[in-house]
Design a protein around this ligand. Structure first.
Ligand code: CO
Ligand code: CO
Ligand code: CO
Length: 346
């Protein structure tokens, strides 16, 4: 019997995250540990925590796990691993070690599905140069999988949400729309070609994008996941104390995602993300509704969003294109902090 993991979940991938609003409410009552060696904590809503070991080495720590985002167990393992490791790349780190985190209904699903998920994770981790040295499994339905990852970074080479400067250009390395495409796929409104394009993008490591960032001494970056392009941009704007101007018609989109939104196919996660962010966002009066909603589409294993001085942009784009990230584009810019933190235009 062929197992279809997608049949088991309502929200898969990063769409299954708890709403950022609820999360913020709870987290503000949790005291942050104080230690001079903690270089990055959740104060700046960064992709990963960073702990300085000595003057030459800091550890980057992160974890992500989620319910299936696709039908095939092996592919799910690959996507979950690529997504988990991505937070280390977004900080400019080199991922080194990982642990598996698995929730699996052993009585409901054949164990070879479990093995396939793990194999997908293992192969993707190996591609990233990451060694998986352990893990933990809980019996639970629906299945969930991801990694806890440790990376290395030089303490002075950190790339964070707080490193964006006014005047910088904003570069995005992967097209967006994975949430809409998956929702459309469930409604049979997406061709196999477009679905495969979305799956390939989710499996694609942010490794080569991160290498380009490091080569050009980028200081401000994040990866686009569950809170959507606008949600993650907002976290950067806040941490960097700048405003970000995003030209949505310049944002590359996957397949027919624009048309899907026009047809009313908007995942619930988009509305949660909009609800969280809208008070800090200026929407131009003539803003196209479909473009607006795609800015809040929850991405699973999305690309890197980073800022760069305009004079470097040409060479950076050349390097990204040569690395196979052919959809990389400038999608906006940073300015001194204005009344709102994000300005969304057509
Ligand atoms: Co992230
Ligand atoms: Co994460
Ligand atoms: Co254990």
């Amino acid at each position: 019997m062929k197992i279809d993991l997608l049949q088991m979940v309502e929200y898969g991938g990063c769409s299954a995250k708890i709403s950022p609003k609820q999360l913020e409410e709870i987290l503000k009552y949790l005291p942050l540990p104080k230690d001079p060696n903690i270089l990055v904590d959740i104060d700046t809503h960064d992709d990963a925590g960073v702990y300085k070991v000595n003057d030459d080495l800091a550890l980057v720590l992160t974890t992500d796990f989620f319910p299936p985002v696709c039908s095939d167990p092996y592919e799910f393992g690959q996507i979950a691993a690529a997504n988990s490791i991505s937070d280390v790349y977004a900080m400019g780190g080199d991922p080194v070690l990982a642990l598996n985190i698995m929730m699996f209904p052993a009585a409901k699903l054949p164990m070879d599905v479990y093995a396939e998920i793990l194999k997908g994770g293992f192969d993707k981790a190996t591609e990233a140069g990451v060694r998986i040295i352990g893990g933990h499994t809980i019996d639970d339905f629906p299945p969930k999988y991801g990694l806890a990852v440790v990376g290395y970074i030089h303490p002075e080479k950190l790339i964070t949400n707080a490193g964006v400067r006014a005047g910088d250009s904003l570069i995005l390395t992967k097209p967006i729309g994975t949430g809409v495409i998956l929702a459309g796929h469930r409604l049979k409104m997406v061709t196999d070609k477009v679905l495969n394009e979305a799956l390939s993008l989710m499996k694609l490591l942010n490794k080569s994008g991160a290498a380009v960032m490091k080569k050009h001494d980028i200081t401000g970056a994040t990866d686009i996941t569950g809170f959507g392009l606008a949600g993650h941009a907002l976290k950067m704007a806040k941490a960097s104390r700048v405003s970000l101007n995003i030209n949505l018609k310049d944002v590359p989109l996957i397949g027919n995602s624009y048309q899907l939104i026009d047809d009313g196919c908007i995942p619930g996660a988009s509305f949660r993300n909009l609800d969280y962010a809208e008070k800090d966002i200026d929407f131009t009066a003539d803003l196209d509704y479909n473009l607006k909603m795609i800015a809040f589409d929850a991405q699973t294993s999305g690309g890197l969003l980073f800022s760069a001085p305009p004079q470097k942009v040409h060479r950076i784009l050349e390097d990204l294109h040569n690395a196979g990230l052919t959809n990389s584009k400038v999608i906006g810019s940073a300015s001194m902090q204005k009344e709102k933190l994000i300005y969304l235009k057509n």
